[in-house]
Design a binder for this molecule. Structure first.
Ligand code: FES
Length: 71
């Protein structure tokens, strides 16, 4: 059995009303099948579907009425 490393934080965080945060290196496949390799320590993925930079969060979720924000 291999040892599972423990980290002081989760690698994936769902922000209530906002993006999905990914920590570490990942490859994201967007809705058109294009692959995007992450280059930052933390990456925010849009969950509200209103970002102008999808698949990335651009902060637009902060402008939406509460009923349109992701849960
Ligand atoms: S979650 Fe931030 S713009 Fe969509």
């Amino acid at each position: 059995m291999t040892d599972v490393p423990t980290y002081p934080h989760a690698d994936v965080v769902l922000c209530p009303g906002g993006p999905l945060l990914l920590r570490g290196k990942h490859v994201i496949e967007d809705s058109s099948g294009e692959l995007h390799e992450t280059t930052r320590r933390v990456t925010a993925l849009c969950r509200c579907d209103k970002s102008a930079k999808k698949p990335w969060c651009d902060g637009t979720h902060k402008l939406l009425p509460e009923k349109l924000t992701p849960s």
